[in-house]
Design a protein around this ligand. Sequence first.
Ligand SMILES: [Cu+2]
Length: 308
Amino acid sequence: MRQVVGKPFRESRGRARRAIGLAGIAVLLPVVLAGCSLEDAFYLGWPRTKPTEQSELMMDLWIGATVAALAVGVIVWGLTFWCVTAYKKRADADPEELPRQTKYNLPAELTFTGLPFIMIFVLFYFTVVVQDDVTEMSDEPTNCTQVTAFKWNWQFTYSDADCEPLEGADGEAVTETGTSDYIPVIVVPQQEDVRFELRSEDVIHSFWVPDMLFKRDVIPGSEAQTQRFEVDFTETGTFIGRCAELCGAYHAFMNFEMRVVSPDDYQTFVDARVDGATTPEALEAIGQEPYATTSNTFNTDPNSGEAS
Ligand SMILES: [Cu+2]
C-alpha cells in the first residue's frame, strides 16, 4: 500500500521540478534572446534620453503604472500559486471531497468589485494630469516651427514666435525640405514653450520623435486641421524623427533629424539661414555635423532593380 501512495508522490515532485525549470527558462529566454543588457531590460525598450520636460512626466507616469501593475500582479500570482499548492488534491484524499466552498460573501464581493474601480480611478487621475501637462499650450510661445508633411518627406519652415515664416535674403521663406537624396535636419532651441504647427499636403502622416515619447497625427485639409503642440526642451542633442502613420509606398523612409541646440547657437544658425546659408553650411557655423547622423537616405526609385 505504501508503495502505491509513494510512487505518485515521487512523480508529482518530479513534475513540479520540471514546471519550475520551464518557468525559469521562460523568464530567462526573452532577456537572453533579445540580447539586451540588464539595464536595457529594466528600460523595456524605452529610450534613455528624455529631451523634454513632457517626456520626463510621461516616463514617470509609465514607471508608476508599471510598478503598480507589477504589485497587483505579484499579489494575484501569489494568491494563485498559494491556492494551487495549499488546496492541491492529495493522493490519499477522498476523490469526492471538495475544499470548503464560500458563496454569497458580501464583504468579499464588495472588495473584489471596489478595488478594481479604485485602481482604475487612480490610473485615470494620473493619466489626465500628465496628459493636461503634455497638451498644455502657452499664450506666447518662445519659438515656432511649421511642419509640412507630404508623400514622402517633410518640409520645415523656420518661423518667429508668432508662427510667421522667417523671410530669407531672397525674399522667400526659410525652409528645410527633405528629398530622396537628403534627410532634412531641423534645428530647435533648447528652451521652454517651443511650438510646432503641423500640416499635411496630402494624406494623414504622423510627426514622431521617439525620444520625446510623443507623436501627433498630421491631418490634411483646412486650417482648422492644423495640429499644434509645445514642448520644453531640457537637453541639447540629436534625435531621429519619423512618420508614424502608414502613408504609402515610401512611408518607412520618411525620416528627419532634430537637433536641439543652445538658444545662442540657434540664433547664429537661423541668422545664417536668413542670410542665405544652406542648412549644412549653417550647421557647420555652429560646430555641428552638416548632415543627418541618425538616418540614411534610401533608394526610392521603383525602377532601380535589375534582373540578372
Ligand atoms: Cu507619412
